[in-house]
Design a protein around this ligand. Structure first.
Ligand code: NJP
Length: 241
C-alpha cells in the first residue's frame, strides 16, 4: 500500500502483469521500457482503474535512462521503495553459430541493464535508509541446457550480483531474486534462430504459466514486513521438468 515501485520491462509479459497487480493493491508504479505506446496504454489502464502510474521510454542499455527513471519516480512520488530489474531478452542459439550480436544483447540487457538499475537506485536507497531490489533471473540461472549458455550465464550472473548486494546492503535494504520457469509472454520474439524459436514457442504453448503467477510471487516478496527479506523465489509450471 502506497509503495513507489519502479518496473523495467513493464511494457509486456511479467513486467506488465506485475504493474497491474501492484497498482491494484495500492502501489504507485513507475513504468519503463522502450515501447512507449504500450507503456502509455498500460499507464492509462491503471489510472482508469483508480491506480497511479507514470511511465518513461527507456533503454536499459543506457545507464542515463535508468537514472532518469529513478528521477521521474522521485519527482512524481517523492521516494522509491522498490526497484524491479525485470527487462530481459532471450535470443538463444547454439554457441557454434557465433551469433555474437545476440550474445552481446543478452549481456547488455540482462546483465549490464540490471547493474545500471542498481547504480541508479542504490545511492538513493542508502540516503533513504531503505529500499528493495527485485531482479528477474530464471530457472536458467540455476542450470543451463544446450542453446542457452549465454542466456543462462547472464541469469547466473544476476543471481550472484544480487546475493553480493544483499550481503553488502546490511539491514538497510532487501534483495529478492525471482527465478521463473517458462512463462506465457513475448520472450520468444527475441530469438533470431527460427528453429530454436519455434521449438521454444511450442514448449511455451504446451505448458507455460501465466505472467500473473510470477507477478503474485513478486507481490509476495514486496508485501512482507520490512524486517523480512524473501531472498529468492523459484516458480515454474508443475509440468516443467
Ligand atoms: O518477456 P517479454 P518476459 N530496454 O518479452 C523489455 C525473464 N524470464 O516478460 O523495450 C528496456 O514479454 C521489453 O519492452 P520493450 C526474462 O529473461 C522470462 O517473459 O518495449 N526494456 C518488455 O517489456 C526477463 O528478464 C521467462 O521491447 C527492454 C520486457 O523487457 C523477464 O523475465 C522465463 C529492453 C520483456 O518482456 C521478463 O520477460 C524466465 C531494453 N533494452 C525468465 N529490452 C519466460 N517468459 O519464460 C527488452 O526464466 N525490454
Amino acid at each position: 500500500q502506497g509503495k513507489v515501485v519502479i518496473i523495467t520491462g513493464a511494457s509486456s509479459g511479467i513486467g506488465e502483469a506485475t504493474a497491474l497487480l501492484l497498482a491494484a493493491r495500492g502501489a504507485k508504479v513507475v513504468l519503463g521500457a522502450r515501447g512507449t505506446d504500450r507503456l502509455e496504454k498500460l499507464a492509462e489502464r491503471i489510472v482508469n482503474q483508480g491506480g497511479q502510474a507514470v511511465y518513461a521510454s527507456i533503454d536499459v542499455k543506457r545507464r542515463e535512462d535508468l537514472t532518469r527513471l529513478v528521477a521521474l519516480g522521485c519527482e512524481k512520488y517523492g521516494k522509491i521503495d522498490v526497484f524491479i530489474n525485470n527487462a530481459g531478452v532471450m535470443p538463444i542459439s547454439p554457441l557454434d553459430e557465433l551469433r555474437i550480436e545476440d550474445w552481446e544483447a543478452m549481456i547488455d540487457v540482462n546483465m549490464k541493464g540490471v547493474l545500471y538499475g542498481i547504480a541508479a537506485a542504490l545511492p538513493l536507497f542508502r540516503e533513504q535508509g531503505s529500499g528493495h531490489f527485485v531482479t528477474t533471473s530464471s530457472i536458467a540461472g540455476h542450470k543451463t541446457v544446450p542453446n542457452q549458455s549465454v542466456y543462462s550465464g547472464t541469469k547466473f550472473a544476476v543471481r550472484a550480483i544480487s546475493e553480493g548486494l544483499r550481503q553488502e546492503a546490511g539491514n538497510q535494504m532487501r534483495v529478492t531474486v525471482i527465478s521463473p520457469g517458462i512463462v506465457k509472454t513475448n520472450f520468444t520474439e527475441s530469438v533470431t534462430n527460427s528453429e530454436v524459436r519455434d521449438k521454444l514457442a511450442s514448449i511455451r504453448d504446451e505448458m507455460a504459466m501465466p505472467p500473473d503467477a510470477v507477478a503474485r510471487a513478486i507481490a509476495f516478496a514486496i508485501e512482507q514486513p520490512d524486517d523480512i527479506d524473501v531472498n529468492e523465489i523459484v516458480i515454474r509450471p508443475t509440468a516443467q521438468a
